[in-house]
Design a protein around this ligand. Structure first.
Ligand SMILES: [Zn+2]
Length: 248
């Protein structure tokens, strides 16, 4: 192990030891911005107020040229340690089923590359993380992700599908939504405690803010505040991926 890797590992365990809670990746699905608006903004305002990092899965086809104006303030925002609060990831081109499972190479490749290009151009960013619509992908998807060198992290995927060994799969999903789009505090706490007792180092919390009503948003707020009392460390997918790769 290289000295840099060793020091990173030491730092990681120091942080883990000093903090009671596990690492948390917030996975916000089905995000878009068009006509100067996005339904996710109240959630991002809440998270920014509490200095909490989150990752946004963009559906490329649903966003227009106003996306940068809408999302840039959040993409550029930093927490009180000077670290970025938001990571944008590729959640498919049109999110129409089937998009990345059971379709052929040309279809998947076009959707993957077009989505990457459109989101990167609209938001003037680079994307390093992919999460398939419906978390549905196959070996063709794994090959395409592996062919795109900028991609380093994939949500909820079988590592064996990847052709590159340096791709990190974030797989420890801890359910926060009892039903689709319905975050539930009591439901989540049970799942969280089980995962924590199992020693899960990094939990993925997947939500669909577009579907929330006021009650759902309130449940989410309670959950976030609870996780803060647990001294969880909110981390971006790429940050977690960098930690894992530094060990290898
Ligand atoms: Zn989705």
């Amino acid at each position: 192990m290289k000295l840099k890797s060793f020091l990173t590992l030491c730092a990681f365990f120091m942080v883990s030891y000093l903090n009671a809670g596990p690492y948390i990746v917030l996975k916000l699905d089905d995000i878009y911005a068009k006509k100067g608006e996005s339904p996710v903004l109240p959630v991002l305002d809440f998270l920014a107020e509490y200095n909490i990092k989150s990752s946004l899965g963009m559906i490329a086809a649903l966003s227009d040229t106003t996306a940068s104006r809408v999302l840039a303030p959040y993409i550029n925002a930093k927490d009180n340690k000077g670290q970025f609060l938001v990571e944008i990831w590729n959640h498919g081109y049109d999110h129409r089923k089937p998009e990345f499972k059971g379709t052929d190479y040309d279809y998947q490749s076009k959707h993957f590359v077009d989505a990457t290009r459109k989101i990167e151009t609209l938001l003037n960013i680079e994307i390093h993380t992919f999460g398939a619509p419906f978390n549905a992908m196959d070996s063709v998807t794994g090959r395409i992700i592996s062919e795109n060198a900028n991609y380093k992290t994939v949500f909820l995927a079988d590592k064996d599908l990847m052709k590159r060994h340096d791709i990190v799969c974030l797989n420890n999903l801890v359910r926060i939504e009892r039903d689709l789009g319905k975050p539930d505090f009591d439901f989540f706490i049970k799942k969280y405690k089980i995962a924590k007792d199992r020693g899960v180092g990094c939990m993925v919390l997947q939500v669909h803010p577009n579907l929330w009503d006021e009650h759902s948003f309130q449940e989410f707020k309670y959950i976030i505040k609870y996780l803060q009392t647990e001294e969880c460390i909110f981390i971006l997918p790429s940050e977690w991926s960098n930690i894992i790769r530094s060990w290898e």
